[in-house]
Write a protein that binds this ligand. Structure first.
Ligand code: ZN
Ligand code: ZN
Length: 237
């Protein structure tokens, strides 16, 4: 093969060839991720069918985790293809705190692929978890919105980021236990009512205990939503 034949067919692809964000090797399948690093990602294959909580063993298809058996979440189902472990912590941190929009794009592409694989009926609209104005001003962007934009492009879905807002500047959820997280987030969101959509997916980067998405879902149901899914890149064990 002559060197010219190896060139990607599109001008943009040759100007900005994909590069693995984890090891710097050429990317595969048009992603900023090489095949080797993709194979080593902590895929969340064995997880609760309802909330995507990682489960220890392979389990049966349709296994519910203990918390969901006791009290199911109000949303229909959470899709979270990866476990929040190395190197996801690095990738999410890059997308969230260091303004690395190529990391947000990669995370969005991985999530979009998993949603497509799951074969769920697609919602009418994507709703990224909103940031409080003060946090947004400090960070300059909302990583959930950036990830949602990628999904919107790949899956041809509109992104609604003006339909709800975060009205309370809550403490960061990280470092709080489950009960404190629920109390911390209560009343944090408000939504336009009537919402105008019945079936939507809430978008977030990482779901930990689920109290943030649960609280946002509560507000969106009250504003007229009938079916809510949660799509997140990663779920904590
Ligand atoms: Zn790599
Ligand atoms: Zn569960």
């Amino acid at each position: 093969m002559t060197p010219s034949m190896k060139k990607p067919p599109f001008l943009l692809a040759s100007l900005f060839p994909s590069t693995c964000l984890l090891c710097g090797a050429p990317g595969a399948a048009g992603l900023d991720l090489c095949a080797g690093c993709a194979g080593e990602l902590p895929w969340n294959r064995h997880c609760c069918v309802r909330c995507a909580l990682p489960l220890d063993g392979p389990g049966d298809a349709g296994t519910l985790c203990g918390p969901c058996q006791r009290r199911a979440p109000s949303y229909e189902r959470c899709i979270a293809p990866l476990r929040y472990a190395t190197p996801l912590v690095t990738l999410v941190g890059a997308a969230k705190f260091r303004g690395r929009l190529n990391a947000a794009r990669l995370l969005g592409q991985l999530l979009a692929e998993s949603v497509r694989h799951a074969g769920e009926p697609l919602p009418e609209v994507l709703v990224p978890v909103p940031l409080h104005r003060a946090r947004l001003a400090e960070r300059g962007y909302n990583q959930a919105l950036e990830i949602a934009r990628v999904l919107g492009q790949v899956l041809a879905l509109p992104v609604a980021h003006g339909c709800c807002e975060r009205i309370l500047a809550t403490l960061p959820q990280a470092g709080l236990d489950e009960g404190s997280r629920r109390r911390n987030i209560r009343g944090a969101f408000s939504a336009r009512s009537p919402l105008g959509w019945r079936h939507l997916a809430i978008l977030d980067d990482v779901v930990t205990t689920g109290s943030t998405v649960e609280e946002l879902a509560r507000v969106l149901y009250r504003a007229g939503a009938e079916r809510i899914a949660v799509w997140a890149v990663a779920r904590t064990p």
